[in-house]
Design a protein around this ligand. Structure first.
Ligand code: ADP
Length: 521
């Protein structure tokens, strides 16, 4: 079973909202992530630069200070004092080596380890393999001696800072301090970790915020969607109920609402259609009555002939002076019986033709008799046999006697058409002598079942679904209106019953199931 319009539209609204919010979220999330990465990178760069400059400044300060206090020991070549000073300098945090050179670039003194931290030994002042007497001093030492200013550079994770030792305005030598950037690296790594943690928690916060907002949008959207869909579904349901009532013959009911939109147009058109259907139903009813009138005229002709003959007999015998009172009485009784018979038939025709008021408890057997009495003699002439099987007990149902009779007339007339068509198919349209119609009523504990079966050619299985549709007919235009079964379905529906069709023993069988009315009610 297909889900209702309401469910389908609600799902569509949820789907569209989720898709839009999802796409927006992904775009935002992507943007937010890039922003965080960029700001993390920028911050990390600034921090590293600051730390680097700080390290450099500290190293330069230390080198400068050492150069100042080494001036005296170097100028006087006091090796123990130099040793003491550079050993003290080595104790400073981050300092890995200290080397003192003389004005010619020769090593005077040195302390600390550099081999591991200085892969490019050649580049480290005073540590290269060329460090022999007479070798030209390493470039950095030579530069510091010649410019008389601090010279520094970074090599791997080590800062090499060379400060000239000045005495009386000329360089006496240099002191080079190597400081390790290992601690800085660790700090930067720690900082990076911290920034990562900040980014991750920001992302998490953003994600939770986003999911919360997305859910809010979906819920609000869904609410609005449901209200909108309800606004559409309600009038459509009302129209459905209205159409069902039209289907059961309530043609005069006004449309369920007035609106200026398309649904209002639809309701107005349905109202107009109901009025047209009313006319068509009246025409169809008149057509049924017209057809019945032929049968009834034919039927009344016979008793009328009998009456005329009986009356003529009495007249003749009176004129000829004969005819005893018994003879006269028997003829008069015959006239009375025939007249009563005619009266009964006319009465039944009136019942079928009359527009009755409200629903009452009726005996379905009477409706069967009404229908049969109006059709029987004509069928007899056409050679169609009718078998009627009615229970002894009343078959009480709630409804209108004429309406139920109309249903049965439709079903019986269709059965007649079916057996005549079968005769035609056999090649002899005038011979319907093998045509048979069975009408029976079965009483069940809860319901009354009326069956009209025939031995025509049955219903084409491909058409079974459509035969109850208004205006569906397989008959010639002059013979069929296609309204008999749809009107019958409407009447049976309104009585709370159901009308079914099936093929049985080669022919067709239509069954009317009606809820049994409580006799005591
Ligand atoms: P109509 O009789 O004017 O065609 P109905 O609504 O009474 O309209 O019937 C619709 C169609 O149902 C018929 O045209 C016919 O094809 C099919 N039908 C009805 N009764 C029978 C039947 N007893 N046997 C076979 N087909 C039938």
């Amino acid at each position: 079973m297909k889900p209702s319009l309401q469910v389908r539209y609600s799902l569509a609204v949820v789907f569209i909202l989720t898709a839009v919010v999802g796409l927006m979220g992904i775009a935002h999330l992507y943007g937010f992530r890039s922003l965080i990465s960029a700001s993390t990178l920028a911050t990390a760069k600034t921090v590293i630069e600051t730390i680097y400059q700080e390290e450099k400044k500290q190293g330069e300060n230390l080198a400068w200070f050492l150069a100042r206090i080494l001036m005296d020991p170097v100028s006087r070549s006091r090796a123990p004092a130099i040793d003491g000073l550079i050993a003290a300098a080595l104790d400073q945090p981050g300092v890995v080596y200290v080397v003192v050179h003389d004005a010619e670039g020769r090593v005077i003194n040195r302390a600390g380890s550099w081999s591991k931290r200085a892969p490019d030994r050649d580049a480290i002042p005073g540590t290269g393999p060329r460090e022999k007497a007479g070798d030209s001093p390493p470039a950095q030492i030579a530069q510091a001696l010649s410019v008389g200013k601090i010279v520094s550079r970074v090599d791997g994770l080590t800062f090499h800072i060379t400060a000239p030792i000045m005495g009386s305005g000329r360089p006496l030598g240099t002191v080079t301090v190597g400081t390790s950037l290992q601690a800085t690296k660790t700090d930067v790594a720690k900082f990076g970790g911290y920034m990562d943690a900040v980014a991750t928690s920001s992302m998490r916060y953003f994600l939770v915020l986003y999911i919360g907002i997305a859910m809010m949008i979906v819920v609000i959207g869904l609410g609005i969607g449901i209200v909108m869909v309800q606004d559409m579904a309600r009038p459509i349901r009302a129209l459905g109920r209205y159409m069902r009532r039209i289907g059961t013959g309530s043609y005069d009911e006004p449309p369920p609402f007035e609106r200026s939109d398309e649904l209002g147009d639809l309701a107005r058109e349905l109202g107009r259609m109901a009025q047209n259907l009313k006319k068509v139903a009246q025409v169809s009813r008149l057509a049924t009555l017209g057809e019945l009138a032929v049968g009834v005229a034919h039927e009344l002709n016979q008793p009328l002939n009998t009456i005329r003959l009986a009356a003529d007999n009495v007249l003749l015998s009176r004129r000829s002076g004969g005819g005893d009172s018994d003879f006269t009485e028997s003829k008069l009784r015959l006239i009375s019986e025939q007249a009563a018979n005619m009266g009964d038939r006319i009465q039944r025709m009136c019942v079928v033709g009359r527009a009755e008021g409200g629903r009452t408890m009726i005996d379905a057997r009477e409706s069967v008799r009404d229908a049969v009495s109006l059709l029987a003699s004509r069928f007899e002439d056409e050679g169609i046999e009718m078998s009627i099987d009615l229970p002894d007990d009343a078959a009480l149902v709630l409804g209108r006697r004429n309406e139920l009779a109309q249903v049965l007339i439709n079903l019986i007339a269709n059965a007649r058409d079916a057996v005549l068509e079968a005769a035609q198919a056999r090649g002899d349209p005038s011979d319907a002598s093998r045509g048979h119609i069975w009408i029976r009523i079965e009483l069940r504990p809860e319901e009354v079942i009326i069956e009209v079966a025939d031995n025509g050619n049955g219903i084409d299985p491909d058409l079974v679904e459509r035969i109850f549709d208004p205006f569906f007919t397989t008959k010639e235009v002059t013979k069929g209106t296609g309204l008999g079964l749809s009107i019958s379905l409407g009447i049976v529906d309104a009585m709370g019953g159901r009308l079914g069709a099936a093929n049985k023993d080669g022919g067709a069988a239509f069954t009317v199931h009606l809820p049994k009315a409580d006799g005591a009610a």
